[in-house]
Design a protein around this ligand. Structure first.
Ligand SMILES: [Zn+2]
Length: 484
C-alpha cells in the first residue's frame, strides 16, 4: 500500500507545516483506507498517521503548529469576514503578528452573534454551498454555512473515523435515527457509511415501536449481515427506544446491533448500561458540534474526552468572566476551528456553551498526549445549570425504572436562592412513589449533588418547563396509525 503510506505521510507533513490540505488528498486518504481494508481486512500499520490517531508529537512542535494555526485563522477571519474585520479594527491588534499570549485579547464570540447574523462570519472568498441548521433545542437554530470543500473534508474525516473508530466494514448496515432536517450530520453519516462500503438507512425520529420493528427486521441482502448492525442517534431518542424495548420485553437477540453511536446530547452512565442491555451492543458517545466541525473529541477508557488539536484550538473558560478554568473546576468549551479545514464560516473563540470539568491531575490514559476534559456535563444557561449539571441529574434519575424515558426534569432555585442548592422537579410514572423518592434522595446525597429537595410529578403539565429534547422532534409516518 505504497500510495496509502505516501498520502498519509503527505497528510502528516501538511499538518506540521500548516499547508493547505486539498479535499482531494483527504478523499484519496479515505479511499485508500477503504481499499486497504478490502484487500487485507484490516487497516495498514501506517494508519497511526491518520487524523486524531497521531502518535505523541513533540510538545515544542505542537506549540509551534498551534501558534501558526491561530495566527493564520485570525488573519483570514480579520481579512475576510465582516464580523472579525470590525472587531480587529477596534482591537488595535495585528493578526499577522499574533502570538499565543495575545490570544485572550480577542473577545469570545457568543452564540447569539452567529445566530443573529450568520453571513457576517462567512468569508468573502468562500463559495457557500450548504446551510447547516442546528436543531435549536436551546432556542432558535444556529445557521452555519459550509462550502463544498468543507463538506468533502468532513465526509472524508467521517469515513476515516467510521472505518477506524467504529470498525465499519462492507458487511455492515447503519441506521440513522436522527432528525431528517439536520442535513449536515445526515449527509455526513450517509456518505461516510456508503464510502466505507456499508449499507445505510435513514429512519428519522419515528415512533419508537416502528423504529424497533425496522431494527429487528431481516435484511436478506447479499454480502450484508442479516440485520442492521449500527445505530446512530441522539441520547434522548435512544432513551425512548430503551423505554419501548424494556416495556415490550424485546430481547437483545431480537436485534443484530453491534454498535450504537450517540451524539448531540448527554449520554448518562445508566442509560448507556440500559441501552447495552436492551440491544446487546456497545454504546459510545463522541463530541461533535456543527459549528466547530471537523474538530471534535473522542472518549477514552478513563472517562475523559480527548480533543483533537490538529483541527482547532480548545479553551475551557468560565462562562461569566471568560477566565481560564483551573484544573478540577468546571467551565465551558470555547473553540476556534482552524483554517484551512474551514474556509467558509470562520469563528474565533466560539462559546459553545458546553460544560466540562478539567481533570484535577494530568491524565495517564492511552490518549494522554491529547488535551483532555470530562465528558460533556450539560449546557450552560445560567448559574443553576452548573449548580447541578444535566449529567448529574441524568446519572441520578435514568437508573430508575419508574422514571419514564427520556427523563423529564427541571431545576429551580432552592430556598437559599440562586447560589444555594437547587430544587429538582421530575416526572415519574405514578405517585406517591415513596420508595423511589427515598432512593433518589439517598443517592443524590451519596453523590454529593447540590439539591435542596426533589419534587415528583405524575402530570407533566404541572411541572415547570422542561428542556426540549431531540426525541421531541418526532417524524410521523403512515405506519404509525394505531400505534403510540
Ligand atoms: Zn483519557
Amino acid at each position: 500500500m505504497f500510495a496509502t503510506a505516501l498520502s498519509q505521510l503527505r497528510y502528516a507533513a501538511a499538518i506540521l507545516t500548516n499547508r493547505r490540505i486539498r479535499p482531494k488528498d483527504l478523499e484519496r486518504l479515505a479511499r485508500d483506507l477503504v481499499a486497504t481494508i478490502a484487500e487485507f481486512g484490516e487497516p495498514g500499520e501506517d494508519s497511526a498517521l491518520l487524523p486524531g490517531r497521531s502518535a505523541p508529537v513533540d510538545p515544542t512542535v505542537r506549540r509551534e503548529v498551534a501558534r501558526r494555526s491561530l495566527r493564520a485563522t485570525a488573519t483570514t477571519a480579520a481579512r475576510h469576514t465582516a464580523h472579525y474585520r470590525r472587531q480587529f479594527d477596534q482591537l488595535d491588534l495585528d493578526p499577522t503578528q499574533l502570538e499565543p499570549e495575545d490570544w485572550p485579547r480577542i473577545p469570545v464570540t457568543p452564540k447569539q452573534a452567529l445566530r443573529a447574523l450568520p453571513a457576517a462570519f462567512v468569508s468573502d472568498t468562500a463559495t457557500p454551498a450548504l446551510m447547516a441548521l442546528t436543531t435549536g433545542t436551546s432556542g432558535t437554530p444556529t445557521a452555519v454555512w459550509f462550502s463544498r470543500a468543507e463538506l468533502e473534508c468532513a465526509i472524508a474525516f467521517s469515513t476515516i473515523s467510521a472505518v477506524l473508530g467504529l470498525g465499519l466494514r462492507p458487511r455492515h448496515t447503519v441506521a440513522y435515527a436522527g432528525c431528517s432536517r439536520a442535513t449536515l450530520p445526515l449527509v455526513n453519516a450517509e456518505e461516510s457509511a456508503t464510502r466505507a462500503g456499508a449499507g445505510f438507512v435513514q429512519f428519522g425520529t419515528l415512533t419508537p415501536a416502528v423504529a424497533l420493528d425496522r431494527l429487528a427486521a431481516p435484511l436478506g441482502l447479499p454480502g450484508k449481515d442479516p440485520q442492521i448492525t449500527h445505530l446512530t442517534t441522539s441520547a434522548s431518542y435512544l432513551a425512548a427506544l430503551v423505554q419501548e424495548a424494556e416495556h415490550h420485553h424485546w430481547q437483545p437477540g431480537d436485534f443484530g446491533l453491534t454498535s450504537i453511536s450517540v451524539g448531540g446530547e448527554v449520554l448518562s452512565a445508566p442509560l448507556r448500561r440500559r441501552a447495552e442491555a436492551a440491544f446487546g451492543a456497545a454504546a459510545t458517545s463522541a463530541y461533535l458540534m456543527t459549528e466547530i466541525l471537523p474538530a471534535g473529541a473522542t472518549p477514552c477508557a478513563h472517562g475523559h474526552l480527548h480533543h483533537t488539536p490538529e483541527f482547532g484550538h480548545l479553551e475551557v473558560l468560565d462562562p461569566l468572566t471568560w477566565q481560564p478554568t483551573a484544573p478540577g473546576a468546571t467551565g465551558t468549551i470555547v473553540h476556534t476551528p482552524y483554517v484551512p479545514y474551514r474556509d467558509c464560516t470562520l469563528l474565533l473563540r466560539y462559546a459553545t456553551g458546553d460544560l466540562v470539568r478539567l481533570p484535577a491531575e494530568p491524565p495517564t490514559c492511552e490518549l494522554a498526549h491529547l488535551p483532555a476534559t470530562s465528558e460533556i456535563l450539560g449546557r450552560w444557561n445560567g448559574p443553576l445549570s452548573a449548580t447541578v449539571t444535566t449529567r448529574e441529574i441524568l446519572d441520578l434519575v435514568e437508573a430508575e425504572p419508574h422514571v419514564p424515558l427520556p427523563a423529564r426534569h427541571a431545576l429551580t432555585e432552592g430556598p437559599d436562592g440562586p447560589e444555594g442548592p437547587a430544587r429538582l422537579h421530575l416526572l415519574v410514572d405514578r405517585l406517591p412513589a415513596t420508595a423511589l423518592r427515598a432512593r433518589l434522595e439517598e443517592r443524590a446525597h451519596t453523590a454529593g449533588l447540590r439539591l435542596a429537595d426533589i419534587a415528583l410529578y405524575e402530570d407533566r403539565a404541572a411541572m415547570p418547563p422542561t428542556t426540549p429534547l431531540r426525541a421531541d422532534l418526532r417524524e410521523h409516518t403512515f405506519e404509525t396509525s394505531g400505534r403510540r
